[in-house]
Design a protein around this ligand. Structure first.
Ligand code: ZN
Length: 259
């Protein structure tokens, strides 16, 4: 049974290997002593008696760093399948569009800002003032935009060549409300969050925008072009309605993305 929760707060603990792990503190009127648990879905949760001072909680959790590291190692194999709780820094995520899995490490350094860099295949290091969760999310969003800027334009060019229509220019953005757009000038813009979607949906979005080069509307002519280039266009279009749910909270800027 879950303990009656009076209030929740967040803390951060450094593990022996240098990783910084966020945890949730639940103050409970029923708890007589502190309890730690690590769940695949909720991450590290510390339940403590209501009224216990935050410094005391931090001390308790720091004393359990080895235990936490061992529990987290057990979850390493499954954690990337599950979205972290809202407000936490992601420890891992998948990019189905590219068939890639990424682990994220956080390193506190003296910088006042936060940056993110790829230091080895499959690993991103977020460094700087990493106790600022929102700054970590922003750094990861900038990383995502850079990654998409490398991956999506060549892909769009290949699809455009298959379709026989070429955009005049390609740009990758982190739009709040659109998966993609096509300007009257012939420039196609794609959302970097497409990387969280399965490949067939990314291709559908590309085909959709390429068809806007021919028809700047959603008329019957437009859909005829789309269906001619993607035989599952209607099914894909239907799946796009909920596709924003595939985007983890840290990457999300606004909800509900259109075409
Ligand atoms: Zn459209």
């Amino acid at each position: 049974m879950a303990a009656l929760t009076d209030a929740a707060a967040r803390g951060c603990v450094k593990l022996p290997d240098g990783r910084a792990i966020d945890y949730e503190i639940r103050f409970s009127t029923r708890a007589r002593s502190a309890r730690l648990r690590v769940g695949a879905r909720e991450g590290l949760v510390v339940v403590v008696p209501a009224g216990l001072r935050r410094e005391k909680v931090q001390q308790l959790v720091s004393g359990k760093a080895d235990w936490i590291a061992a529990r987290l190692a057990e979850f390493d194999t499954v954690r990337h399948l599950i979205h972290p709780p809202v407000g936490a820094r992601p420890q891992a995520f998948d990019l189905p569009a590219l068939a890639e899995s990424w682990r994220v490490e956080y390193r506190e350094t003296r910088r006042s800002t936060v940056g993110a860099t790829t230091d080895q295949p499959g690993r991103i290091v977020v460094y700087g003032a990493v106790s600022d969760v929102e700054a970590c999310h922003a750094a990861l969003r900038r990383w995502l935009a850079r990654h998409a800027t490398k991956a999506l334009p060549p892909w769009l060019e290949r699809v455009a060549a298959q379709c026989g229509h070429t955009p005049t220019d390609i740009s990758i953005k982190n739009q709040r409300t659109r998966w993609g757009s096509c300007a009257p000038s012939g420039r196609i813009s794609l959302n970097c969050k497409l990387l969280f979607l399965p490949r067939e949906l990314v291709r559908y979005v590309m085909v959709h925008e390429i068809c806007h080069l021919l028809e700047a509307n959603h008329s019957g002519h437009f859909w005829a072009h789309v269906r001619g280039l993607d035989s599952s266009a209607d099914a894909h279009h239907g799946r796009m309605r909920d596709a924003w749910k595939l985007v983890p909270g840290w990457a999300q800027r606004g909800s509900g993305l259109a075409l």
